[in-house]
Ligand binder design. Sequence first.
Ligand code: SAH
Length: 289
Amino acid sequence: MHQYISSPGNTVRILSKYGIKLKKSLGQNFLIDTNNAKKIVERAGVSSKDVVLEIGSGIGGLTEIMMGKAKKVICVEFDKLLVKAFKDIFSQELEERSKLELIQADALKLDYKDLALRNGIGKVVSNLPYSIGATLLLKIIMEAELVKKMVLTVQKDIAERLLASVGDKNYSSYAVKANFLAGFKFCFQIPRNCFIPRPFVDSWVIEVSRKDNSGLVDDNFNVDGFFDFINSCFLHRRKKMVNSLSQKNSKYCGNIEFIVKLLTDIGKDGDVRAEELALKDYIYLYRNL
Ligand code: SAH
């Protein structure tokens, strides 16, 4: 019977063979549950038409399963020692280059537009490193228009921030920005004991689908400007939003009266707090400012 890399015994054996000590600073929590790894790949509907990007491939537990289904898998890994082990394990596939490629890089520094276009990447499937997961997810959607779907494993607290809607305690500027770019769906939970070392929280597998905003905003809509506006509104999310926008160094401090007028257009008033407004409200405000 085939011994998958993601089986607990095999993972431990590989880590000790290469003298690898997993680092918390790089969010190295390896999935040691082959059933869940298969479930992730299945949920992403990976088929022989797909070129899939995997960020943080580690020793290739998820990669191995994906490679059996995908046209090609492109992996990104930062840790030199893990890269060395990966190159050893997949030496044949890497040499052939037709089914697998490995890029040693800091995933936060890559240009995903270029990477996706050059390789025809349409999907991202990853068990994201905790510390950079939230940032990376937005970066990839913003840059790589070709990527329509991502199936990502993230720790539960990040997933909750993404899935939060108005009124939830986790609702933040991050949720507003993320939901402008994409739709988020909960797929299933992976218990923390399916990872080594065992994290303090469980993980959620989420599906991210790029949103087509063409009906909502026109081509001239400035996304960076919009995100900047959202950040300004959420400066103090529990105080009145107009107070955040009235700060001396705020771009919007000269427009407060007008903003209050816009707020009354949508049935709110000058007392509203940033956490009480939905994405469509922010779009309305920004478009009219
Ligand atoms: N895919 C493996 C490992 C997931 S752990 C599995 O499912 O078991 C997260 C991985 O991301 C680790 O291998 C870690 O080294 C890598 N990583 C962390 N920060 C990174 C960064 N900035 N760029 C690329 N990879 C990174």
